[in-house]
Design a protein around this ligand. Structure first.
Ligand code: ADE
Length: 392
């Protein structure tokens, strides 16, 4: 993770977080451990709760604890225990927060309003979490500034499109154990994540259908050569369904009724609401758990069987190991830069974009670390760029 290594060294000398507490609610993975190390090098006390107990790696949690990061997480913890872990992380009285999906920030506002005044702000790591924060801000319920780190141009390119696309397919292949070539894959949602999934599936020889509600994204998908259909028509055609919408109940009773025998269902969205698992269970005459790791088979009354992966939870983190380190290096590098900047900034409450210079700096540092050189504008080109007088 070269970007975080550069930033750790920079933080070690500049100490931007001296005397500060950073409470983070993230997937407890080796990549998160590297981020936590960089923040600690900058002088922070770091307290970490898990953003999803199913992705928590207990060995990583133990190693982090040994290194001085205070970890409140346990693999497979139930909902109450996970909530207690988040509450315990908040007991640290944070100055800065790092969230993944918005549970830490929403718990802070709902259960610990006494802590709000001390929080200078924070970063949200996921696009779904950014949407949730925007809903909070629209109700004037967000009491401090949050940077949309999960939704910058660079995270969209590196994180959502490339990293998550590959990791989602990785999780599906591990749990479903199928050949993708020749299969019809229905990707619901053509945001950056859906795009990455669709491209990755096509690259492995799948026939990809995209379903969308947004005309601009649907047009983009069509012009990239994907078949765009309403879900109602796609439901009968798919061998594999992948949701990446950030919405709720995308695959429900009507779609289950239309699906082919043997269809496989997976969710790539952060929250486990995109596939209506309760409706699927209510329609099943038998549920055979763990037909493969992270795969349950639901038999319907007409004898068709549908396979649900990872309980409808975020498949790249539950059935695989999340985004690969190269990707998290960039995503967490942007968060580290953003936190360092936020520690000295004074922003009003609300959702803010990560400053474009920080995003560009992350890209520049990653290019440098990977030995990739690029050109710069000549003085003549700079003058041309900055002048409106010269035309054709
Ligand atoms: N989000 C997606 N992939 C991740 C990873 N490997 N570690 C932490 N958070 C993630």
């Amino acid at each position: 993770m070269p970007l975080l290594t550069v930033l750790r060294d920079r933080f070690e000398s500049e100490r931007p977080f001296d005397g500060m507490v950073i409470a983070a609610c993230l997937h407890v993975t080796p990549e998160t451990a590297v981020l936590a190390g960089a923040l600690r090098a900058g002088g922070a006390r770091v307290v970490l709760a898990a953003s999803n107990p199913l992705s928590t790696q207990d060995d990583v949690a133990a190693a982090l604890d040994d290194s001085g990061v205070e970890v409140r997480a346990q693999a497979g913890a139930d909902r109450d225990t996970s909530s207690a872990h988040i509450a315990a992380a908040l007991d640290s009285h944070p100055d800065l927060v790092v969230d993944d999906g918005g549970d830490l920030v929403s718990t802070l506002h709902e259960s610990r309003p006494d802590l709000v005044a001390q929080v200078r702000g924070g970063c949200e790591s996921t696009a779904s979490g950014v949407l949730r924060l925007r809903r909070m801000a629209a109700e004037a319920a967000l009491a401090f500034p949050m940077l949309a780190a999960g939704d910058t141009p660079v995270t969209r390119i590196v994180g959502n499109a490339r990293g998550t696309g590959q990791a989602v397919i990785d999780g599906i292949l591990r749990s479903a154990g199928i050949l993708l070539a020749g299969k019809t894959v229905v990707v619901s949602g053509y945001g950056p994540t859906g795009e990455g999934i669709a491209e990755c599936a096509r690259g492995l020889g799948a026939i990809v259908i995209v379903t969308e509600v947004d005309p601009v994204r649907a047009l983009d998908a069509r012009l990239r050569g994907f078949r765009v259909l309403p879900l109602e028509s796609a439901a009968a055609a798919g061998d594999l369904f992948i949701t990446a919408t950030g919405s709720t109940s995308v695959l429900g009773e009507a779609e289950f009724a239309a699906m082919r025998d043997g269809a496989i269902l997976a969710n790539a969205g952060h929250f486990d609401v995109e596939i209506d698992v309760r409706a699927l269970a209510s329609k099943a005459v038998t549920i055979e758990p763990s037909v493969r790791p992270n795969a349950d088979s639901y038999e319907l009354s007409d004898g068709r069987r549908l396979t649900l992966l990872a309980d409808g939870r975020v498949v790249n983190l539950v059935a695989a190991e999340g985004n690969p380190p190269e990707v998290m290096d960039v995503a967490f590098g942007i968060e580290a830069l953003a936190l360092g900047w936020l520690a000295g900034a004074n922003l009003p409450p609300g959702v803010h974009e990560v400053p474009a210079e920080l995003d560009a700096e992350a890209a520049r540092l990653v290019l440098a670390a990977t030995g990739t050189q690029i050109d710069s504008l000549t003085p003549e080109q700079l003058a041309y760029r900055d002048s409106w007088r010269v035309g054709s």
